[in-house]
Write a protein that binds this ligand. Structure first.
Ligand code: DOR
Ligand code: ZN
Length: 350
């Protein structure tokens, strides 16, 4: 049985780093394992322009530990009033890699999101021309749609017409959570890709209620039933190039999650790579781990794979870890129900 695996250094195609003290606390965890990361723009206020993305990139770089090589790939938050010229210029200048679509009120800090997809048609046309990917939070927000159905309804009502209206637009369905989404992505590849999180591979919705309410397993899109978890594990480990690693690590201070109305988001950055390796080992698919973690994402984004290598080992037990942020609080690191037994041993430079 393999207990060690060395792969090209992975990238994380979906990360929330926040700002200020939180940014400084979490950046080292992503930067030490991942060569690049797609940075989500849902700050308060959101990163909506090329200029604000460039300034945010500088703040991120200032928080990267000395001697660590890490490239944040910036995104702009799409609003009803986004300027297509600014997005195009940001892409040409190398500031913006992609644009993020949050349907208004779908999740944390998404109140400025898009209320009507028609209002952003000029931006999507410019992106299509430039080959710039649109990253979608794939859930409808109507309160009359059951929370467990919001992804499936998004595919029917929003994503299917979007793909038809912009036939050359590259789209990533972020953090897919259902069998239907996995199948839809494969059927529309290669212009459609998907990220898959560690928690959606390791858990299903029962985990939210094991012995009581488990706020640290609450994220959006919410965990789904077991058949979806099984389908996601099959998709991620299939080797198909449309699926790639995106942790959706989303830090919230502990007291804001352990609350009467707790925030959505799982902070997984310190352990995410070990979690993924464990899933691939359990599925007897370690030979396909490098494709998911280090090759499929760059290929989708038209970037070269990293040249460095990283080694993971099994047989480790990762105890629960708190990450201090400031005098205001700390973060609880993702700890799935089964212990995490894989961990990064070392990363080597090219
Ligand atoms: O659980 C989530 N947390 N889902 C998202 O889409 C946003 C994220 C966050 O920013 O906390
Ligand atoms: Zn996210």
């Amino acid at each position: 049985m393999t207990t060690t695996i060395t792969i090209r250094r992975p990238d994380d195609w979906h990360v929330h780093l926040r700002d200020g003290e939180m940014l400084k606390a979490v950046v080292p965890y992503t930067a030490r394992h991942f060569g690049r990361a797609i940075i989500m723009p849902n700050l308060v206020p959101p990163v909506t322009t090329s200029a604000s993305a460039a300034a945010y990139r500088d703040r991120i770089m200032a928080a990267v530990p000395r001697g660590v090589s890490f490239t944040p790939l910036m995104t702009a938050y799409l609003t009803d009033t986004t300027d297509a010229d600014d997005i195009g210029a940001g892409h040409r200048d190398g500031v913006l890699t992609a644009v993020k679509l949050y349907p208004a009120h779908a999740t944390t800090n998404s109140s400025h999101g898009v209320t009507d997809i028609k209002s952003v048609a000029p931006v999507l046309e410019a992106m299509q021309r430039a080959g710039m990917p649109l990253l979608v939070h794939g859930e409808v927000t109507s309160p009359d749609i059951d929370i467990f159905d919001r992804e499936a309804v998004f595919i029917d009502r929003v994503l299917t017409p979007l793909l038809a209206d912009f036939p050359a637009l590259k789209v990533v369905m972020e953090h897919i959570t259902t069998q239907e989404a996995a199948e839809f992505v494969a059927a529309n590849a290669p212009r459609l890709g998907a990220t898959i999180t560690p928690q959606h591979l390791m858990l299903n919705r029962n985990a939210l209620f094991v012995g009581g309410v488990r706020p640290h397993f609450y994220c959006l899109p919410v965990l789904k039933r077991e058949r979806h978890q099984i389908a996601l594990r099959k998709a991620a480990t299939s080797g198909q190039s449309c699926y790639f690693l995106g942790t959706d690590t989303a830090p919230h201070l502990r007291h804001l999650k352990e609350a009467a109305c707790g925030c959505a988001g799982v902070f997984s950055a310190p352990v995410a790579l070990g979690c993924y390796a464990q899933v691939f080992a359990e599925e007897n698919a370690l030979d396909r781990f490098e494709a998911f973690a280090s090759l499929n994402g760059p290929a989708f984004y038209g970037l070269p794979a990293n040249e460095d290598r990283i080694t993971l080992v099994s047989g480790h037990s990762n105890g629960s870890a708190m990450v201090p942020v400031s005098k205001d609080g700390e973060l609880v690191t993702f700890e799935p129900i089964e212990p995490i037994t894989w961990a990064v041993r070392n990363a080597t430079s090219a």
